[in-house]
Design a protein around this ligand. Structure first.
Ligand SMILES: [Cu+2]
Length: 272
């Protein structure tokens, strides 16, 4: 029931998009903005009347930044005493990480699924490590049909419990597998999922996400709160920005040939 719980938070979010800078001035980027509730559409439930942009060889870049406005949530120390193997190392809560430049880390930004095509290496596995009793990376993107490979680097047993987060349907449990120390990787194919949420049934603080798309144009904001999506076919798109607690915002961007379309999202911490 994740989305329902957080939909009111999303409703107060402010979204904006800034004008292009530098050489983009010759080719104005769309300024349209709109707000939507978290994950308004299923990732793979794509409307058939929307034709994806077909690559013509003309490509541009998206440079997106996620700002954080409001009271910065305190990152408490996680209580990991229940497992001595985990308790050896102290870790802070990672639900909301605001960078020193007031940007938000761990936001997945992508072109809206179903609206663009691009090259994907379907043989490349999406790797998730359980390391220091945390999922690493905490959030990443993947393409539908790729395989996930989940490893256990720790000297303890984890129980990988994966859910698909579906709008209005709560979370659907996909699989639930114990992985003792030294065990082989768990490998599973992504089969039309929306957002895979990883939880460990042994260590309740462990949370990870894999956001699934049908194209390769996605990235997660870093410790500067930025992403660059490169070699995107020219066109006008909806850009989606998704955070594990705050949900999704969208913006329109127009990508011109050999130019960088800039977008700025603002997430508000109010009520978080
Ligand atoms: Cu665990």
């Amino acid at each position: 029931m994740y989305y329902q719980k957080n939909s009111w938070i999303v409703a107060v979010m402010v979204l904006c998009i800034v004008a292009c800078g530098g050489d983009d001035k010759k080719k104005p980027t769309s300024m349209k903005t709109k707000k939507e509730p978290a994950m308004v559409q299923k990732t793979m439930n794509i409307k058939k009347d929307v034709m994806p942009m077909t690559p013509t060889g003309n490509m541009g870049t998206v440079m997106a930044t996620v700002m954080f406005k409001g009271k910065i949530p305190k990152r408490s120390m996680l209580n990991r005493k229940s497992d001595p193997a985990c308790a050896k190392k102290s870790m802070k809560d990672e639900t909301v990480i605001v960078n020193s430049n007031n940007t938000l880390k761990d936001v997945l930004i992508r072109i809206k699924p179903g609206t663009v095509k691009g090259p994907v290496d379907m043989n490349k596995e999406v790797k998730i490590a359980q390391h220091d009793c945390m999922y690493r990376p905490r959030i990443q993107g993947a393409v539908d049909g790729q395989k996930v490979s989940i490893s256990n680097d720790d000297l303890t047993t984890h129980n990988v419990h994966v859910y698909d987060m579906r709008k209005g349907e709560g979370e659907e449990s996909l699989y639930n597998l114990a992985q003792p120390r030294g065990a082989a990787e768990i490998k599973k194919e992504i089969e039309g999922y929306e957002v895979m949420k990883l939880k460990c049934d042994v260590h309740p603080w462990m949370t990870g996400y894999v956001v699934v798309s049908d194209h390769p144009f996605f990235a997660v904001t870093d410790n500067k709160g930025m992403v660059h999506l490169k070699n995107v076919p020219v066109g006008t798109y909806t850009l989606e920005a998704w955070h594990g607690l705050y949900g999704m915002q969208t913006a329109q961007v127009t990508i011109a040939k050999d130019s960088a379309a800039k977008a700025t999202f603002i997430f508000s911490g109010k009520g978080a």
